[in-house]
Design a protein around this ligand. Sequence first.
Ligand code: HEC
Length: 124
Amino acid sequence: MKNRILCGYALSGALVLLAACGQKEISFKADVQPILKQYCMECHAAGGQGTEKSGLQVTSYDSLMKGTRFGAIIKPGDTLTSAMIMLVEGRADASIKMPHGKASLPREKIDLLKRWVEQGAKNN
Ligand code: HEC
């Protein structure tokens, strides 16, 4: 009985390890920035309506990490409460789902953003 429990732990541990090892490191420059450019920048750069309203610019790593005039939208390691992820997943009020008034990002782009945040939202 005791052994069984231990094995169960070992197995789930191995799966977690496998899942972690199987993930390539997401790059801000190669993976994240092109998504921001394609889906967010038309409104979240100087003069854009998103920047006018929220203060958020996504034109550089530093401006993205600075967030809106109310604060950060990314908590490194935490996809659940990072506002950027909540908004692209449509987990917040529909009126602030991003991209604003447009179709959602494709699932694989959202996954890239999530994995980048999960991996610490590095400037890599
Ligand atoms: C078509 C224009 C447009 C696009 C494209 C767009 N946004 Fe926005 N964004 C806005 C506007 C307008 C607001 C202000 C919404 C409000 O407060 O009513 C906003 C607000 C935000 C906020 C702050 C929300 C809050 O009130 O806390 C975040 C974060 C955000 N956008 C992220 C993004 C991300 C990430 C993308 C790309 C995936 C994106 N936006 C694409 C227009 C846009």
